[in-house]
Design a binder for this molecule. Structure first.
Ligand code: PMP
Length: 427
């Protein structure tokens, strides 16, 4: 089929009629499907089930340093869990604090502490007139929700296949002391699945911020989440790069096992320089006597080491790769060459990012919803839910079953076609 833009008005009207009839048929099916959040499917959760029975006798609860993990202690995490999480993101254990079940919680806490207490002796942000964060777009809605919640002004920075527009980042960070942070998902970014290039990581490490308390919020949520056994994307170690550049304190790195074991019942970690770790630990000691060490130990016992964890991720990949491929097949077959949408083909992570024609995303999502398929809300991938071009849609293929996904994808492309035709008829 030729590009929609080349069709005459009569052809478009005829097409609209055909598509409308198809849409009514879909609506009559009464579907109820969810492609809105990046959640593992139940069969992925089953993979980690043996983890719940790793403790068999009292001696099993002792960690390497001799602590009984059933009791208080080990504020920054048990040694073997610090090692496992360090290996997961390619750093060393002394950089790592192991927390509880959620990295988003750690990110929220990190921003909250900066607001109330300040970063390493700097003025608490809550006492400043203006605090700003750079937000690569499209990006992760829950990051933007945290900064919006604290009244931090968000400045969108366009993403490229190699990471954020670094000319813009360098300019804003070096000239504006109100810029205190930037949200980054450096590997298999949410939602595009892009991985920051070595050049981008180097430029990040060499930033010369106007604010002494500027930090890069490096949310390495998809560090080991490759879809293919061979040829996963490679991400440079930001902590090492910052050290090398003479900026050791400039980054907070976050990660978790939410999409490795169980979302909501995994373990999360923060990695940073020794000075940052000292600053954070001083507050952490007030906040808690320690996190859930039994869960930390459970993770280590289940995986053994990073190789065990990576082998486990391959089992996830076997389950979700066909889902990504099913969506790509439908997109290519139904929309290829029509000039009404483009999409990403990442080699890992949890999302496909779809860009419709300008001014169509909201309508596409509403149409899909009306026929029973829930997608992530339009605008969610931008600060304040404002997608200036109203075109980005996040597709999360993992949660539905293969059959549900096939139906949801077919309905989605139909909605894209229908809304695009309506738009072209209006223009
Ligand atoms: N960061 C990113 C980029 C994510 O996509 C997600 C989950 N969708 C999270 C963090 C949430 O992590 P956690 O479960 O560790 O809080």
């Amino acid at each position: 089929m030729s590009a929609y833009q080349n069709m005459s008005r009569e052809e478009l009207l005829q097409l609209q009629e055909t598509l409308n009839a198809q849409y009514q048929d879909w609506k009559a099916k009464g579907l109820k499907l969810d492609m809105s959040r990046g959640k593992p499917a139940a069969d992925q959760l089953d993979l980690a089930l043996p983890m719940t029975s790793v403790f068999r006798q009292v001696s099993d609860f002792k960690c390497e340093s001799g602590i009984d993990c059933r009791n208080y202690g080990a504020l920054t995490g048990i040694p073997e869990a610090r090692r496992l999480m360090a290996d997961m993101i390619g750093t060393t254990p002394e950089h790592v604090i192991v927390y509880g079940n959620s990295s988003l919680n750690v990110m929220y806490d990190t921003v909250c502490r900066s607001m109330v207490r300040g970063v390493m002796g700097n003025t608490p942000w809550g006492r400043l007139d203006k605090v700003k964060f750079l937000c690569p777009v499209p990006g992760y809605d829950r990051h933007f929700a945290i900064t919006e919640f604290f009244g931090i002004e968000m400045i969108p920075v366009p993403m490229t296949e190699n990471g954020p527009d670094m000319d813009m980042v360098e300019d804003l960070v070096s000239h504006d002391s109100a810029v205190k942070g930037i949200w980054c998902v450096p590997k298999y970014s949410n939602p595009q699945g892009y991985t920051y290039s070595s050049e981008t990581v180097k430029r990040f490490a060499n930033l010369r911020p106007a604010a002494a308390d500027f930090r890069i919020y490096w949310d390495n949520a998809y560090a080991i989440h490759d879809l293919y056994e061979e040829g996963g994307d490679k991400l440079e170690d930001i902590l090492a790069a910052c050290e090398e550049a003479g900026n050791p304190d400039m980054v907070f790195e976050f990660c978790s096992t939410s999409k490795v074991t169980f979302p909501g019942s995994g373990i999360a970690a923060l990695a940073a320089s020794a000075a940052n770790i000292e600053d954070i630990t001083a507050q952490l000691a007030i906040q808690t006597i320690g996190h859930d060490k039994m869960n930390q130990l459970r993770h280590v016992k289940f995986f053994g080491d990073i190789d065990g964890m990576k082998a486990h991720m391959q089992r996830h990949a076997e389950k979700i790769r066909p889902k990504f491929e099913a969506v790509w097949e439908v997109l290519e077959r139904e929309l290829g060459g029509l000039g009404i949408g483009s999409w990403t083909k990442p080699r890992g992570g949890y999302f496909i990012s779809f860009d419709s024609m300008e001014g169509c995303a909201k309508k596409i999502i509403a149409k899909a919803k009306e026929a029973g398929v829930t997608m992530t809300g339009a605008g969610a991938t931008f600060p304040y839910h404002k997608d200036p071009q109203d075109r980005n849609i996040r597709i999360a293929p993992t949660y539905p079953t293969q059959e549900e996904l096939a139906m949801a994808a077919e309905l989605f492309v139909l909605c894209v076609k229908l809304v695009s035709v309506e738009k072209l008829l209006q223009d």
